[in-house]
Every structure is written in structure tokens, then in C-alpha cells.
Design a protein around this ligand. Sequence first.
Ligand SMILES: C[S@@+](CC[C@H](N)C(=O)[O-])C[C@H]1O[C@@H](n2cnc3c(N)ncnc32)[C@H](O)[C@@H]1O
Length: 222
Amino acid sequence: MVLTEAVSRFLRATGPEHTDVQAEMAAFADEHDFPNIGPESGAVLRLLARLADADTVFEFGSGFGYSASWFLRGGAERVILTEFDAEELDQGREFMCEAGLANRCVFEEGDAMDTVGRYDGPFDVVLVDHQKERYTDAFDAVREKVAPGGVVAADNVMRGPIDFDALLAHAEGDEDSGGALASANDQTRGIADYLDAVRDDPDFETAVLPVGSGLAVSTKAD
Ligand SMILES: C[S@@+](CC[C@H](N)C(=O)[O-])C[C@H]1O[C@@H](n2cnc3c(N)ncnc32)[C@H](O)[C@@H]1O
């Protein structure tokens, strides 16, 4: 486990409470075993939206709107939700209507990688939370569209459908990491590639936060 149980509980206990609709979303996720970003990372999304004074947020992979609800709580004027599962997106629409937030949401059904091509930006915050092996493509698609001072956050860089030990070996430059990564799954290689891409990009400054499943936060220098 990346975070000890006590640290996780502490973050939960000191973090924000769910709104009524977020509590419904969380219960729905539990019921359907759906991997949303969770309240600890949600609190960070709220913080990012607030610090970036976000006008527009773009999400790759929105599910039924749980992560978007945190950006909206952080004052984002508009969140573009993308989802290729129509039922999930409909459920998101229902939750956002119930919360009185639907007028600040754009619901885009289909492949997020196609959807992003229809937007010029600027994006103040971007969340990358779709197929792990396409994270780098998502970064390539938005890097020019992120506003100066804007942020790209990517979930699951430490936990999820990935091999953390292989990622650690790669990050530490372990000679065997090529082997460890080569035998890891596509998702792990996708995350490793993404972290290399954002860390190597001279226009972005990246820090990994060990909250929830691990968030890589990359800010675009002015
Ligand atoms: C891990 S869930 C994240 C949900 C959301 N960000 C949250 O935390 O509440 C990933 C979601 O992305 C969707 N997804 C994966 N690849 C996608 C793609 N290329 N385009 C649109 N949606 C995608 C999946 O159907 C799933 O609902």
C-alpha cells in the first residue's frame, strides 16, 4: 500500500465533507464498484480550480461527474465532461441537475481524444483520468491549450491497474527497470511514459502528490 491506512484516514478526516449529491455519487460508485477519484484527490481538484481561478476545466474520462463536481466546488465556471459510456454520462447529467450545477457542465459523449480536438482552449485545469495507455496522447493534445499558469492533473500514477514497483524502479533509473516495465502491463507503461513526458517538458513543472491513487500535478510556467 502506498499510503498507510492512518494517513489515508487522517486526510479523509481533515478534508472536506461531501455535499449531499456528492455523497449520493459516492454511494452510487460503491454500489457499482466504480473507480472515481475519491474525496482526498477530490479536495485537491477543488484546490487546483480555486488556485487557477478556473474558467474552463477539461476532463478526459468523467464517469458520472464525481471529479467534475469537485472542480465546480472550487469555483470553475465551466467543466467539459467527456465519457464514452452514454449511461454513465446520463447519470452524470442527472446528478448535476439535482445539484443545480448542470448549467456549468458541457456533457460530451464519445472518445475524449476526439472531443478534445474540437476545443481550442485555453484550459485552466485539465484532468487526465481515462485509459492509462493514452495519457501521453492526452497531454500532447492539450499542452498547447493549457493557459499560462494552468494545470494538468493525472490520476492513478501510484495506484490502480498498475505495477507500482515497476514504476518506482523506472523513476529511480534502476538498470533493471527496462525489464520490469517491459513485463508490466500496458497501463503501467502508459503511466511511466506520461511521467517521463511531463517531467521532460520544459514548459511544465511537475509534482506527484501521494493522495488517493496518486496525482501528478503539472503546472504550465508563465
Ligand atoms: C477512472 S474513471 C474516472 C471517472 C472520473 N474522473 C471520476 O473520478 O469521477 C475513467 C472513466 O473514463 C472513461 N473513459 C476511458 N477512456 C475514455 C475515452 N477515451 N474517452 C472517454 N471516456 C473514457 C471510462 O468509461 C470511465 O468512466
